[in-house]
Design a protein around this ligand. Structure first.
Ligand SMILES: [Zn+2]
Length: 350
């Protein structure tokens, strides 16, 4: 109860209006319809309350459960869209270096099997079986932020079914969505190199940037890629630029065709990751596709030990699904100290 009281107090101090509708216009319809629809979707047993189990994979349950009764009401769920002063880190200076290997490792997209291009980009006409084989599976992982920090959580998690929001018979979410206020700075989740920037005018993901991370950048025993989409402005970076972990690479928006239409707008990052044993990759024209690549659950990206493949992550015992993630706070502190991978938004120190 004491904990619930403290969280209520934090709400009073740290929260402002919700930002489902962009101040000053340009945001389209409000987010109310979306929240109600999503609440119904999350409330799988339809009892009018969201349990901890139903919220699994999204993080921040205790923060949102204002009255501490162990369930979320519709009103409490809207707390995920409340403006909080996270994401105010002033940024790490750009290394101002070019990575010549990024161009050298690029191969023609025509060299890759069509099934791979399809499976990693979730294009129309792709088969659900291809996605699953390549790791687009609901693993049940959720983020656990370091003690003493408050960070923005997830609303739409990795590989959740999108059949309810897209008029397709099978549709899966190829990433994780973290809703935050418009123009909140997005941080490079690890050091790496810019390998793709897309305007995405006809893409559901809209404007996006993709980074490639060498094993030494992340401490992971393979090459990884992170994707940041729905950007509000074109990143002030070019393909081949090196970036440092925590560097501000873009600002949050809701660009892309998925953001159009009434009731669906809310600014958020669509954050995704892939992995591959080797460094080679292709540019399909609308995304980066690693040679023999696999989806990496964006929460799995933060694990310090195997497994990393989605099928094994899915089979982890429930107590191992809550995954500690590294963060950078608004004052630039990296937690835990020495982390090589951080959440793509800065967090508050409590
Ligand atoms: Zn998304």
């Amino acid at each position: 109860m004491r904990r619930a009281f403290l969280f209520s107090l934090l709400f009073l101090i740290a929260t402002g209006p919700t930002w489902a509708q962009r101040p000053g216009g340009g945001g389209g319809g409000g987010g109310g319809g979306r929240v109600e629809r999503d609440f119904k979707h999350v409330d799988a047993d339809d009892d009018g309350r969201i349990s901890r189990e139903e919220w699994a994979g999204r993080g921040n349950f205790d923060l949102l459960d204002e009255d501490g009764d162990g369930t979320l009401s519709l009103q409490e769920m809207t707390g995920i869209y409340r403006n909080r002063p996270w994401g105010r880190f002033a940024g790490t200076p750009s290394p101002n270096e070019q990575d010549a290997t990024a161009a050298a490792d690029k191969i023609p997209a025509s060299n890759l099997p069509r099934s791979l291009l399809c499976a990693l980009e979730v294009g129309a006409g792709c088969r659900a079986g291809d996605w699953a084989e390549r790791g687009l599976l609901d693993t049940g992982l959720g983020p656990r932020f370091p003690k003493g920090t408050l960070c923005p959580g997830i609303d739409d998690y990795f590989a959740m079914s999108y059949v309810f929001k897209r008029s397709q018979s099978d549709a899966l979410h190829g990433g994780t969505d973290i809703p935050v206020a418009w123009d909140t700075p997005i941080l490079a989740a690890a050091s790496g190199t810019v390998v793709g920037i897309y305007e995405g005018e006809s893409s559901m993901r809209g404007r996006e940037i993709i980074l490639r991370h060498a094993p030494q950048d992340t401490g992971l025993p393979f090459w990884t890629y992170t994707e940041y989409a729905h950007l509000n402005a074109r990143p002030n970076l070019s393909v081949g630029d090196k970036v440092a972990m925590g560097q501000i690479i873009a600002v949050t928006g809701n660009s892309g065709t998925s953001g159009q239409g009434g009731g669906h707008r809310r600014p958020a990052i669509h954050f995704a990751a892939w992995m591959a044993e080797g460094p080679r990759y292709a540019d399909s024209g609308s995304s980066i596709v690693p040679e023999n690549g696999f989806w990496l659950d964006p929460i799995g990206f933060y694990r310090d030990a195997p497994p990393y493949d989605s099928a094994s992550l899915k089979n982890l015992p429930p107590e191992q699904k809550s995954t500690p993630v590294g963060v950078i706070t608004n004052d630039g502190t990296v937690l835990p100290t020495g982390s090589k991978r951080i959440w793509p938004y800065s967090c508050l120190s409590k």
